[in-house]
Design a protein around this ligand. Sequence first.
Ligand code: DX5
Ligand code: ZN
Length: 223
Amino acid sequence: MRVRLAPSILTADFGRLADQIAAAEEGGADLIHLDVMDGRFVPAITFGALVVEAVRRATTLPLEAHLMVASPASQLAAMAEAGAGRLIPHLEAAESEPGGATGLVAAIRELGCEAGLAISPGTPVDAVAPLVGSLDAVTVMTVHPGRGGQPFLPEMLPKVSALRELLDGNGFGASLEVDGGVKEHNAALCVAAGADTLVAGSAVFNERETPARALAALRYRCR
Ligand code: DX5
Ligand code: ZN
């Protein structure tokens, strides 16, 4: 199974975002991960549809919007309109929406987007298990959402394995993503646990090396 690499633009240089995106695309990224934060679900505010649109213009790669927002239902249409092909709200926020997570997934599908759900470190697999069959992606947070550059939480890996078992055991096709603190030294652990998509922010966009070299190093660890 070819592991998909999804650079997160959270730690990219926003003064030259189009160049950074192009470098990630040339460097072999499979999709771009957009960390939308509203200052309510998490303390930080990052960006909204305007930046998603700018990224859409800068690459032909698929875009997934990781919605770390308190009221995801209100953001879906704008994100879809801006060009995000996959929308990934948090289960923890979905549950307080009218219609709950099921309603949110249906609303995402009605917009013609792929539907994902992210679970924070404190949320057990059992909370998302009943929904997995209806999803295109499940994202296991391996950091507490809200910031880039945090240390990886290895104690989340059993959640990845449990979801891999659930997906394969039922023939479900959702992507299984790991998001947060993914680096060269833990990428192979994530894949061994069953992840097929690695989100990486500061491992790809940093001062030390080009996105291409960083992606090549990550890809090598996942071979
Ligand atoms: C955290 C974000 C992640 C993460 C990516 O709230 O959802 O996408 O920060 O950045 P790194 O890889 O630096 O943790
Ligand atoms: Zn993210």
